[in-house]
Design a binder for this molecule. Structure first.
Ligand SMILES: CC(C)(COP(=O)(O)OP(=O)(O)OC[C@H]1O[C@@H](n2cnc3c(N)ncnc32)[C@H](O)[C@@H]1OP(=O)(O)O)[C@@H](O)C(=O)NCCC(=O)NCCS
Length: 307
């Protein structure tokens, strides 16, 4: 069986059905392509790899070439993010997903991508396919006290249609922590339109002042009650806004994701605020031989980049 990209419109809809049935078996209030606009949207077919026939795709995976940039010492690494891995229900257990992932590795080698990175709880399956845990993140559990008229609430605002200027300011305001995925303001703006994404910022008139402290919670059917991307002047300002996010949606607890290599002062402050903290592998990765692994181990990939 050959690996191919979906081309015609009708092939695209057959593929979306396989994705929707396999990845959202309980249904969803929005189509799966709305959750992954940069890899499943119209015109993004080159990032989709299928096995089967174009009329009947049996297995699918996205491969999205990206740059891992920044950190100290500064890195610039081309890697592939992998996501939306699915095999048609009736064809599982026949090695299709493994064959497809092997195909993606060959594609990575051919195109100079040093590693493939993905997010999944299916450790056993991905280990069989040559992936292993990489880097660490911290998951802080923050209790949300019920408070109807908190002074901190008047300092924040929900952003529904962030401008490109605000998106650029938000990118600049993220804590600079190790290598991370390069993202343009335009891509950020598109990602912020994913259903169930809640962007809260400081209430201010200029983009840079608004971006001083910001939080992003939720992402389609994923990251429900999870703040997975943020920037803040200090840890206390961050926690206040995490609570405001939780209060708005009526959650009693919110999970805050941070890199494990957070500066010590931030960690101390967060320890005082959180009811619980757990260290967890950030992602699963397959690497080409060489120095890549150590760069990946120091990386942190923000929530909107994961596919
Ligand atoms: C997970 C999934 C993609 C696997 O597809 P598949 O084509 O059946 O997988 P393969 O047949 O290539 O399996 C390769 C190996 O992994 C094993 N495996 C498959 N699914 C597994 C699972 N869920 N847990 C543990 N091992 C698994 C197989 O038994 C096989 O091992 P073997 O070589 O020892 O026999 C498929 O079950 C699926 O579409 N699930 C629903 C969507 C999903 O959860 N996708 C992953 C999102 S991150």
């Amino acid at each position: 069986m050959e690996i191919f990209h979906p081309k015609e419109v009708e092939h695209r809809s057959a593929l979306m059905r396989v994705l929707q049935d396999g990845l959202r078996p309980d249904g969803a209030a929005f189509p799966i392509e709305a959750e992954y606009p940069l890899v499943l949207g119209q015109g993004k077919e080159a990032f989709s790899y299928c096995l089967g026939t174009s009329e009947k795709p049996l297995a699918h995976a996205n491969l999205w070439p990206r740059r891992l940039v920044g950190g100290t010492p500064s890195s610039d690494l081309r890697i592939g993010l992998v996501g939306n891995v699915v095999t048609h229900e009736q064809y599982r257990g026949q090695g299709l997903a493994r064959d497809l992932l092997e195909g993606l590795k060959q594609e990575a080698i051919q195109h100079g991508l040093q590693a493939l990175v993905l997010w999944s709880d299916l450790n056993a399956f991905y280990q069989k396919c040559g992936f292993s845990s990489c880097s660490e993140e911290l998951r802080w559990l923050i209790s949300v006290p019920r408070q109807e008229h908190s002074a901190s609430e008047s300092k924040v605002v929900l952003q529904h249609e962030p401008s490109l200027e605000l998106c650029a300011a938000l990118l600049a305001s993220r804590l600079p922590i190790g290598p991370t995925i390069e993202r343009s303001a335009k891509e950020f703006q598109t990602l912020l339109r994913i259903p169930q994404v809640s962007l809260m910022t400081t209430k201010a008139t200029t983009p840079s002042a608004a971006a001083a402290t910001f939080t992003i919670m939720g992402k389609g059917c994923d990251m429900i009650g999870v703040v997975h991307e943020w920037g803040a002047v200090d840890a206390l300002a961050l926690v206040e806004q995490v609570k405001a996010q939780g209060r708005r949606l009526g959650y009693s607890e919110v999970l805050l994701l941070t890199p494990a290599r957070l500066p010590a002062t931030w960690q101390e402050a967060l320890h005082k605020q959180a009811t619980q903290v757990q260290s967890h592998p950030m992602a699963l990765a397959w690497c080409q031989p060489g120095a890549t692994r150590s760069i990946l181990e120091h990386s942190f990939i923000w929530g909107l980049d994961s596919i």
